[in-house]
Design a protein around this ligand. Structure first.
Ligand code: AMP
Ligand code: MG
Length: 297
């Protein structure tokens, strides 16, 4: 397990205003970690990941059996920050029956004809399950805020000065509603540097097996890097709540990202009062009867 004091550094305190430039995109958030040295940290991170994956398999089973809570995990990030790889690695030990991953793209015409939360509402995890949102309703205050021309279909009067503030408010209320109904929410912003994004884009261009991952649109969005950092900051500051915390995860090193995300998910589930359902006296009697019947066959 990663020490709580390191995790606390990544968890945004509700009410506090953060600036992304204060968060290290690399592997060391503190001098204490820096002193350990990168190789040591990397080795430990891999051990932590392995251990957490084993624990996650167990605790997911318990979540499923307990059947009262669900876990919603939101991943947001710039392109090439490692969302897909993190989801693949962290969820590798999890029973597919108890886990659903949804990747949200540009909304369809049908989706645009509804309120912005509609398509997410339809894909929330059931009790006992883990639901992963690879991009989410946060796109509606991120990409849409960077490109307000995407806001079609709305009556003009609705697009006034309070529009974005209202959306943050709606998101907070939506998440509050989910939490009150037994959904635990974790939100991860994978914080990659512009430099690392360039390196990963280059790899996509240079390596034939990675070519498919490259999209010209990604480059166009990179040109808006500063705008994106601004809207991310605004969104994180407006929607960090006790019931749905944001974690700012360093994403320049995949091993660090994966170890941290796995650790936070596992420890969050461990802290719930999960238990296997109790078998009642009446059920115990039925079991005894069934055993006898089978035995006498
Ligand atoms: P990817 O996750 O790389 O497959 O890309 C999905 C794309 O869909 C990204 O460029 C997102 O910005 C875009 N997207 C997701 N949600 C929305 C939205 N509500 N409005 C516009 N674009 C979106
Ligand atoms: Mg992409």
């Amino acid at each position: 397990m990663i020490k709580q004091k390191y995790i606390d550094l990544l968890r945004v305190t509700p009410g506090k205003t953060i600036q992304l430039k204060d968060y290290d995109t690399g592997w060391a958030q503190t001098n204490g970690l820096k002193a350990l040295g990168k190789d040591k940290i990397k080795e430990q991170a891999n051990e932590i990941l392995e251990k957490n994956l084993a624990d996650l398999t167990q605790v997911q089973q318990l979540l499923y059996a307990d059947d009262r809570y669900s876990l919603l995990i939101v991943f947001q990030a710039m392109d090439a920050a490692g969302k897909d790889g993190t989801i693949k690695h962290v969820m590798s030990g999890v029973n597919p029956q108890g886990c659903q991953v949804y990747s949200f793209k540009k909304p369809t015409a049908e989706e645009l004809d509804h309120n912005f939360l509609w398509r997410f509402m339809k894909n929330l995890p059931e009790r006992g399950r883990i639901g992963i949102f690879n991009r989410s309703y946060y796109e509606d205050v991120l990409v849409v805020k960077v490109h307000p021309e995407l806001l079609t279909n709305l009556p003009d009067g609705k697009k006034d000065k309070t529009f974005w503030k209202n959306r943050y408010e709606d998101i907070n209320a939506f998440e509050r509603h989910l939490e009150r109904n037994g959904t635990v929410i974790l939100k991860f912003f994978l914080n990659v540097s512009k430099k690392t994004q360039k390196k990963r884009f280059m790899e996509r261009l240079d390596r034939p097996e990675k070519n498919w991952k490259f999209s010209a649109a990604d480059l166009a969005e990179r040109a808006h890097w500063n705008d994106y950092m601004e809207v991310y900051e605004e969104a994180i500051n407006a929607t960090s709540t006790e019931w749905a915390p944001w974690y700012i995860i360093p994403a320049d090193h995949k091993w660090a990202t994966r170890a941290l995300v796995a650790d936070i998910i596992t420890s969050t589930l461990r802290e719930l009062d999960l238990k296997f359902p109790q078998v009642s006296e009446a059920q115990l009697q039925l079991l005894a009867q069934a055993r006898e019947e089978l035995g006498n066959e």
